[in-house]
Design a protein around this ligand. Structure first.
Ligand SMILES: CCCCCCC/C=C/C(=O)SCCNC(=O)CCNC(=O)[C@H](O)C(C)(C)COP(=O)(O)OP(=O)(O)OC[C@H]1O[C@@H](n2cnc3c(N)ncnc32)[C@H](O)[C@@H]1OP(=O)(O)O
Length: 309
């Protein structure tokens, strides 16, 4: 559903200011999110994961998983994005990539102001690739907490620019969030975790209510046999596995997260995350066991390593 050449004006689009959004959360949101990405999903007293959903000395001591930061961007895309001269069908939107930089450990409750900007737009003919950058500042202190770059793959929205010179705009360093090269050697470690058939129904309570993840009829219209798992839920499982296996359970060790969604995951499938260490970078890929398909690949940069690795 791209626009015609005459409607598309790149100057107008690039000059367009996106509205600020706000995001306020508390320990309950943090715990619901952690449950949504499988924390304590196989073992309710898992000593590595209980701290993300419960703290006996008060919920304000609950620890926050770094991928919780991805929720801060929710308002911009899920409530529809208004860009001059550019139209897309929200029911055909797929999450393509997520890139997150965490500058400070995430507090267990906060009110945030999000500054949103267009980070990229590419006309791929059959699709458009749209990227939004969100910088999240703590209200009050004004401190920058994190940055998210969300890439969405808009099926049917390509062809909006001149086909002899398709529009391509990116305003960030080319080495950020690139598709990773998976090493040929055996992984350092592997983590397997089964998602629940109800996983997307639980995950959506963290704020992404797109019916693609819950409504069988809507999923069929969007081209899928049944509702699919949120990409950010799969990413949450993968990064939780890295925190457990490489970061010795310390969520604050994670500095940067990058992930590309390669194919869809269905709730109830088993995720196998393979990890390789290259300096302070963990390269990872996540496969669906039942279909032997790689569904997600990316990297995590960490702040330090324990000597036992
Ligand atoms: C809090 C914010 C939330 C925002 C999102 C809210 C909505 C959430 C929705 C979801 O969660 S959907 C579920 C998660 N996502 C998925 O399941 C998508 C999985 N991926 C795919 O199905 C496929 O990769 C694809 C996206 C359909 C693309 O496959 P296709 O075969 O059509 O593409 P290609 O022909 O290989 O490539 C064309 C072109 O596009 C580039 N590209 C391909 N995949 C991606 C990607 N995942 N992200 C970014 N770019 C992608 C590819 O490089 C090609 O470009 P060129 O190389 O030609 O320049």
């Amino acid at each position: 559903m791209g626009t015609s050449d005459s409607e598309f004006n790149s100057d107008l689009l690039l000059a367009h200011k996106l509205p600020e959004t706000r995001y306020t959360y508390n320990e309950r949101d943090v715990a619901i999110y952690a449950l949504g990405i499988g924390a304590c999903g196989q073992d309710a007293v898992d000593s590595d994961e209980l701290k993300f959903v419960y703290h006996r000395n008060g919920q304000d001591l609950i620890q926050v998983l770094p991928t919780f930061a991805s929720l801060f961007t929710l308002g911009s895309l899920t409530e529809g994005l208004d860009l001059p001269g550019f139209k897309y069908d929200p029911s055909l939107l797929l999450h393509g990539q997520q890139y997150i930089e965490i500058y400070r450990p995430l507090p267990s409750k906060a009110s945030l102001v999000n500054k949103v900007s267009l980070a990229g737009l590419q006309d791929k003919g059959k699709a458009a690739i749209l990227e939004l950058e969100t910088r999240s500042y703590e209200e009050g202190s004004g401190e920058l907490l994190c940055m998210n770059r969300t890439t969405v793959f808009l099926r049917g929205a390509g062809g909006f620019s001149n086909s002899s010179q398709p529009f391509s705009y990116k305003n960030y360093p080319s080495n950020q969030g690139l598709a990773v090269k998976i090493p040929q050697r055996q992984p350092l470690t592997v983590c397997e975790e089964r998602t629940q058939p109800s996983q997307a129904l639980l995950y959506r309570l963290s704020g992404d209510y797109n019916p693609l993840h819950s409504d069988p009829e809507f999923a069929k219209l969007a081209g899928f046999p049944r509702p699919i798992l949120h990409g950010l839920c799969t990413l949450g499982f993968a990064i939780k596995a890295i925190i457990k296996c490489v970061c010795k359970g310390d969520p604050t060790a994670v500095k940067t997260i990058s992930g590309r969604f390669l194919t869809t995951v269905f709730p109830g499938e088993t995720l196998i995350t393979e990890m390789w260490l290259e300096g302070l970078r963990v390269i990872y890929q996540t496969k669906v066991k039942e279909r032997n398909k790689t569904v997600l690949a990316g990297y995590v940069d960490i702040r330090g390593l324990s000597s036992s690795l």
